[in-house]
Design a protein around this ligand. Structure first.
Ligand code: ATP
Ligand code: MG
Ligand code: MG
Ligand code: MG
Length: 576
C-alpha cells in the first residue's frame, strides 16, 4: 500500500468526549469517526485492524471445527417472542417496525435465529455435534455507550453456537471453544485471563469470560498469580449524580417503611431510572442525630440484573467497604427488609434514615469485594449480570487481596479487566423454548444441548490499545497492526537514490509477504514519524541519502528507544 493512495487522517488533539486512552488514540489515529452515540464509522486504517482480528478468529474457529454462516441483522419478532426475550429483554433490545406495522428486532445476539435454523436442519443425531458461527453487526441500545468501540451500540461480534446430543458431548464442544479462544487471544498478543463466570439460572460451572488486563477495565478480576484460578466481578457502573439534598429528603419521605420502598422510590432518590440505567450501585447512607452528626453509616449494594433477558433488582447489605465487606445472608436480608430479597417489585431498599445526599457516592475504586463460595467452587462473582440466585447468597464470602486462593495454590490478587470474550454452556434453555429436537438412535426426539461463544471483535481494538500504548500513540501487536512496516523515505522527491531504494524495498517486502506501507506523501520526517508512532505500526524503516551512502537503513521497533542500522541487503530478511 502507498500512503498517497490510502487514507490517513491524524489529529493532534483528541475530541473532548474521549475519556479513555484507546478512544482518544483511535480518534487521533483516524481509525474511527463518530456518527452518533456509540455508533462509529470504521475508517480505512481502523478497518484494517478489524479485518486482521476477524481473520485470526475465523482461522481458529474453522480449525476448531465451527462452520461459518451469516444470520440477518434484522430479525422477525416472532422468534424472540417464542423465547420470551422480545418482552423480557428491556431497552437494550432495539425494536423496529416495518411498513406493515410488523415487529422486528435488530440483533444483539442470535440464539433465536440459530436455534430456528437448527430445529429445521439438524434432525438426526448423525448430524450432531454442529457449531455454527458468524461475524456480524450487533446492536445493543446500551444505557451508557462510551469509551469508543469498547462499549458501542453498534459493534461487531463473532458469535458461535454449538448443538450437541447430550451434556457430555456439549462439554466437549465447550472445551474445544475454550481452547480455540486461548489460541485466538494468544495470537492477538494480548495479556488476558480466562475467568470463571457465574452461570446464573442455568447452573453448572461452564461459563468463562476472557478478560484483557487493563487499568481502565470495567470489570475486576480476582485471580491467583500462581495458579489458574480466576473469577470476575463486574464493577459497579455507578454513575448516579448526587441527588440534591431536598430531593433526597423528599424521596425518602415517601420511603420510610422497610418492606414498602420500591425501586421507583430509589430511582427518584437517585434522580435516575434505576431499573433501566443502573447495573449495580454501591451507596452509603448515614444516620444522623439531632445535631446532624453521623451516628451510623450503612453501605448498600443495589444490584440490577441486566443481561439480555431481564432487568431484575436484588439487594444486599454491605457492612463497611474494604475489609470485612460482605453480602448479607438471606435471613439477614429478609429480617432487615421484612421481605424476600428478589426481583423487581416492592422491596425495601432503604431504611428510614436521613440521607446526606452528597455522601451518596459511587464507591468504585478500592472495590475489593469478591464473591466466591470456597466450598462450592462457586466462582461466579459477576455482579451485574450473573448474580447468584438468592439461595446462594448465604454461601458467598468476600475476599481481599492476599487472601488464600480457593484452590489452595497461592494468594489472591485483584486487577481490572475488559471482557473481550465469553463462552457459555446454555444447556436446553433455548432448545426447550423453541422445541429444537433431533431424533436419537432409537428414533425418539430429544432436546439439543447448546453452547454460545462470543468475541467482541471491535472491542478487541480498544482493549489492545488500553494494554499497548505510550505517550506517542498506539503500539499494535504485530498480528493485528494495520500495517506491519512503515517505509519512510526522507526526501524522496529530491533524491533519485532514495526514491529508487524505497521503491525497490517496497517491492521486495511485498514480495516477501510483509504488510508494508510506503509513505510517499512527501511529509517532513518529524510529521511522518509522528504519524506512524501515533498509528502504532510495529516497525519503521527509514531510507535516507546519508544511510544509503553507507549501504544502510534505519530500522526501529515501535517500542525501541533507538533505531538500529541494518545493511540494505539484510532488511527484508530482518523484517520478515
Ligand atoms: P458487557 O458485560 O461488557 O456488557 P456482555 O456480557 O453483555 O458484555 P456478551 O453478551 O457476553 O456481552 O457478548 C459477547 C462479547 O461481545 C462480549 O464479551 C464483549 O466482548 C462484546 N460486547 C458486548 N457488548 C458490547 C458493546 N456494547 N460494545 C462492544 N462490544 C461488546
Ligand atoms: Mg452487556
Ligand atoms: Mg458481561
Ligand atoms: Mg458476557
Amino acid at each position: 500500500m502507498k500512503a498517497s493512495q490510502f487514507f490517513i487522517s491524524t489529529l493532534k488533539e483528541a475530541p473532548a468526549d474521549a475519556e479513555v486512552v484507546s478512544h482518544k488514540l483511535m480518534m487521533r489515529a483516524g481509525m474511527i469517526k463518530r456518527l452518533g452515540a456509540g455508533i462509529y464509522n470504521y475508517m480505512p486504517m481502523g478497518l484494517r485492524v478489524i479485518r486482521k482480528v476477524e481473520a485470526i478468529i475465523r482461522d481458529e474457529m474453522n480449525r476448531a471445527g465451527a462452520v461459518e454462516m451469516l444470520m440477518p441483522v434484522v430479525q422477525p419478532a416472532e422468534l424472540w417472542q417464542e423465547t420470551g426475550r422480545f418482552d423480557k429483554m428491556g431497552p437494550e433490545l432495539m425494536r423496529v417496525k416495518d411498513r406493515h406495522g410488523r415487529d422486528f428486532i435488530i440483533q444483539p445476539t442470535s440464539e433465536e435465529v440459530v436455534t430456528d435454523v437448527a430445529r429445521q436442519e439438524l434432525r438426526s443425531y448423525k448430524q450432531l455435534p454442529k457449531n455454527f458461527y458468524h461475524i456480524q453487526t450487533k446492536f445493543r441500545d446500551e444505557r451508557r455507550p462510551r469509551f469508543g468501540v469498547m462499549r458501542g451500540r453498534e459493534f461487531t461480534m463473532k458469535d458461535a453456537y454449538s448443538f450437541d446430543r447430550d451434556p457430555a458431548s456439549a462439554a466437549k464442544s465447550y472445551e474445544a471453544m475454550f481452547a480455540a479462544y486461548k489460541r485466538i487471544f494468544d495470537r492477538f498478543g494480548l495479556t488476558y485471563r480466562a475467568v470463571a463466570a457465574d452461570t446464573g439460572a442455568i447452573g453448572g460451572d461452564l461459563s468463562h469470560e476472557f478478560q484483557v488486563i487493563a487499568q481502565t477495565g470495567e470489570d475486576a478480576i480476582i485471580y491467583c498469580p500462581t495458579s489458574d484460578y480466576a473469577a470476575n466481578i463486574e464493577l459497579a457502573e455507578a454513575v448516579a449524580p448526587a441527588a440534591p439534598r431536598a430531593a433526597a429528603t423528599q424521596a425518602l419521605a415517601k420511603t420510610p417503611t422497610p418492606g414498602k420502598s420500591t425501586c421507583a422510590d430509589v430511582a427518584a432518590f437517585l434522580g435516575l431510572d434505576l431499573k433501566q440505567t443502573v447495573k449495580s450501585l454501591v451507596l452509603a447512607t448515614d444516620e444522623l442525630d439531632d445535631q446532624g452528626v453521623i451516628v451510623k453509616s450503612t453501605v448498600w449494594l443495589l444490584l440490577v440484573r441486566g443481561d439480555h433477558d431481564m432487568n431484575e433488582v436484588k439487594v444486599g447489605k454491605l457492612e463497611g467497604l474494604k475489609a470485612g465487606f460482605r453480602f448479607a445472608t438471606v435471613p439477614e436480608i429478609e429480617d432487615h427488609f421484612g421481605c424476600k430479597p428478589g426481583y423487581l417489585g416492592p422491596i425495601g431498599l432503604l431504611k428510614p434514615v436521613k440521607i446526606v445526599a452528597d455522601r451518596t457516592v459511587a464507591q468504585m475504586s478500592d472495590f475489593v469485594c469478591g464473591a466466591n463460595a470456597w466450598d462450592h467452587h462457586f466462582t461466579g462473582a459477576n455482579w451485574g449480570r450473573d448474580l447468584p440466585e438468592p439461595d446462594m447468597v448465604a454461601d458467598i464470602r468476600n475476599v481481599v487481596e492476599g487472601d488464600p486462593s480457593p484452590d489452595g495454590q497461592g494468594v489472591l490478587a485483584i486487577e481490572r479487566g475488559i471482557e473481550v470474550g465469553h463462552v457459555f454452556y446454555l444447556g436446553t434453555k433455548y432448545s426447550k423454548a423453541m422445541n429444537a429436537t433431533f431424533l436419537d438412535e432409537t428414533g425418539k426426539p430429544a432436546l439439543m444441548e447448546m453452547g454460545c461463544y462470543g468475541i467482541g471483535v471491535t472491542r478487541i481494538l480498544g482493549a489492545a490499545i488500553e494494554q499497548n500504548h505510550d505517550a506517542r500513540g498506539i503500539i499494535w501487536p504485530a498480528s493485528i497492526a494495520p500495517f506491519e512496516v512503515a517505509l519512510c523515505p526522507i526526501g524522496m522527491d529530491r533524491s533519485e537514490e532514495v526514491k529508487a531504494a524505497a521503491q525497490r524495498l517496497y517491492a521486495d517486502l511485498q514480495g516477501a509477504g510483509v504488510d508494508v506501507i510506503l509513505d510517499d506523501r512527501g511529509e517532513r520526517p518529524g510529521a511522518m514519524f509522528a504519524d506512524w508512532e501515533l498509528i502504532g505500526v510495529p516497525l519503521r524503516v527509514v531510507i535516507s541519502d546519508r544511510g544509503l551512502k553507507e549501504g544502510q537503513l534505519e530500522v526501529q521497533g515501535r517500542r525501541d528507544a533507538e533505531a538500529s542500522k541494518v545493511a540494505l541487503t539484510e532488511v527484508v530478511a530482518q523484517v520478515r
